[in-house]
Design a protein around this ligand. Structure first.
Ligand SMILES: Cc1cc2nc3c(=O)[nH]c(=O)nc-3n(C[C@H](O)[C@H](O)[C@H](O)COP(=O)(O)OP(=O)(O)OC[C@H]3O[C@@H](n4cnc5c(N)ncnc54)[C@H](O)[C@@H]3O)c2cc1C
Length: 357
């Protein structure tokens, strides 16, 4: 790690998904000249999808990478600087007056150190995957981690939902609008989901729209990016967790025809790097913000740190909601920076300038 900061900025944003880029556009327009670190997934989750059909303003739909690139261009036009850094640690210095925790030291994976007066965490959440063969090739081409986003593309197909929690039940229920039949593959006998969601699914089972495959796990997805998903290979063992028991003679493996596969095995919020800040997180690691009515909704409990998008919002997890929250975070950060005594920011800038010599 370098001893001295490379540079001091008014505002640093972690993430160039829809939340981070929306924040960057607004912060640029407020003359806060944000420095935006891209992390290891430049453009965020939306770059994994070829077709975004529900983002307002694009009646014919738009490719995820194209939407993200447009937003990057827009952010840069307003003075945002995008950089390929991965933030590994954020540390409050507590040198600012009052309750303010900043300025913050922001350490990157390559060892570079920056300081900033305000920080927006827009680092998203990564959908969990299984690592089975076919997964990398077919992600976005019949395999998806977002039923709300991609379900309508597979109208009248048989669909497989993998998972056994609330998300799997909710997504399976949702997909019955489009699917011929929705199959749920769950590795155990019993679901983890709440009774409410299990009851909704059982109603659809009674109506013949959903079939449950208990004690069943996905082994492989077959197909091609051109033709999409053709079929899957599944394993079943009545004792559960069949992939741990592939040598067991009671484990059956079989091919099964489906036109789409949806993973609903949870998301992991990217918040490890915030642990030293003292921001509050829930038990899964999602960042807690103030929320509610009026200004300051994206404030965390640490003055000067704001959160936006999927890193906070485990419920909606949509591009439009992430974008909306990103714009709110930039407005909240701007109000915070406006209130910051001028000498704090100027002092920090002077320190960074001395370091440059
Ligand atoms: C396959 C798929 C299809 C989807 N389709 C749609 C759709 O059609 N419509 C829709 O509305 N939504 C869709 N979504 C959901 C949508 O993509 C997300 O809700 C949205 O991208 C969330 O934006 P975000 O900016 O909060 O986070 P993300 O998109 O997750 O972006 C997070 C950013 O943070 C960066 N980052 C992470 N850790 C760090 C770090 N330590 N330092 C610096 N940067 C970091 C990442 O590199 C990334 O740039 C889809 C999601 C998936 C997975």
């Amino acid at each position: 790690m370098t001893e001295q900061p490379v540079e001091h900025r008014r505002l640093i944003i972690a993430g160039t998904g829809i939340a981070g880029l929306s924040a960057a556009i607004y912060a640029g327009r407020s003359n806060n000249e944000p420095l935006v670190f891209e992390g290891d997934e430049p453009g965020g989750q939306l770059t994994l999808t070829t077709d975004v059909a529900n983002y307002p303003g694009f009646p014919e739909g738009i490719g995820g990478p194209e939407l993200v690139n447009n937003m990057k261009e827009q952010a840069q036009k307003f003075g945002a600087e995008l950089d390929h850094g991965i933030v590994v640690d954020v540390r409050p210095t507590g040198e600012a007056p009052g309750d303010r925790a900043g300025p913050f030291e922001v350490e990157l994976k390559n060892g570079d150190l920056y300081t900033c007066d305000a920080f927006i965490a827009a680092s998203g959440a990564s959908a969990r995957t299984l690592g089975v063969p076919g997964e990398d090739e077919l992600m976005g081409y019949g395999l998806s981690t977002c039923a709300t986003c991609d379900g309508a593309f597979f109208r009248d197909e048989d669909m497989l939902v993998v998972g056994g929690g609330d998300a799997a039940m909710e997504e399976a229920n949702f997909l019955t609008k489009f699917a011929d039949t929705v199959y749920i593959a769950h590795r155990r006998e019993n679901f983890r989901a709440e009774d409410y969601w299990i009851d909704r699914v059982m109603e659809k089972v009674d109506e013949g729209d959903i079939e449950i495959m208990r004690n069943t796990e996905l082994l492989e997805i077959h197909g091609s990016p051109e033709e999409g998903v053709d079929h899957v290979t599944l394993a079943r063992n009545e004792e559960g967790y069949p992939t741990d028991k592939l040598d067991d003679p009671d484990t059956e493996t079989f091919d099964f025809d489906v036109g789409a596969v949806f993973y609903a095995i949870g998301h992991t919020p990217n918040t490890d790097y915030l642990e030293d800040t003292g921001v509050e997180m829930d038990e899964s690691g999602y960042l807690k913000t103030v929320g509610g009515d009026g200004g300051g909704q994206t404030r965390t409990g640490v003055e000067g740190i704001f959160g936006a998008g999927d890193v906070v919002d485990y419920h909606y997890q949509q591009a439009i909601t992430a974008g909306g929250m990103g714009s709110k975070a930039a407005i909240d950060a701007d109000e915070y920076l406006e209130d910051l005594p001028a000498e704090t920011a100027a002092g920090a800038e002077a320190t960074a300038a001395e370091t440059d010599d």
